[in-house]
Design a protein around this ligand. Sequence first.
Ligand code: PGA
Length: 257
Amino acid sequence: MNTRYRKTIIAGNWKMNKTLTETRAFAEELKPILGRPKWCEVVLCVPFVNLQAAGRLFKDAKVSIGAENCHYESSGAFTGEVSAEMLKDLGVKYVVIGHSERRQYYNETDFTVNKKVKAALDNGLRPIVCVGESLEQRELGVTLELITYQVKCALAGVPAEKMRHVVFAYEPIWAIGTGKTATAQEAQEVCQTIRTIIRKLYGARVARAVTIQYGGSMNAANAYELLSQPDIDGGLIGGASLKADQLVEIVNAANQE
Ligand code: PGA
């Protein structure tokens, strides 16, 4: 973490979890124990149907709301889809783009990720762009090449002045929901590589200001060590973000750093 140049962001990714009733209960539990974190922004990315309610429920807390996906067109004949413009109009601030589950189950490609990143930015949303390698790719030794490719594709055509709104999340696929975490060194190496690519594309000032998160079985026990790394500026947290007390422990770890 480097709070001098960039914002630390702890974001929960709820995936397809929590009904409206459960979201309400979570808000009641979280608000009194969260307080007002000084050094980091707390974000909850929730299913589309609960975005509006979440906006209301967390209005009086220091929590921003994010969506988990969006379409790249602003409107049209795309049954079942939701545009970045619709999200913005609801008061949503962040949107997760290119999560590995979407790449794996819904044919998300580096090409659609790029279009979605641009749609999010054009509509004033902050994209949380997910990149990460599979276990096979790590074992083949191609992790850094793959990450370089994913980052470059995601940013094609993104102008420098919009880069301060972009967040990256390095999420090794083998660490997501498995209880296996990348070591702090492994995570740092990739997050540093992401920053180097941004530096090559946009220069040092831009690169210094971009928030790069780690995601993949981050929890209260391992958060502090991961967040102590110089290029890890927060977390994208699945499982542990579903429990208010666990999320607060991770936020506290970020505030301790
Ligand atoms: P996890 O999920 O924390 O449950 O591993 C992370 C993610 O998918 O963003």
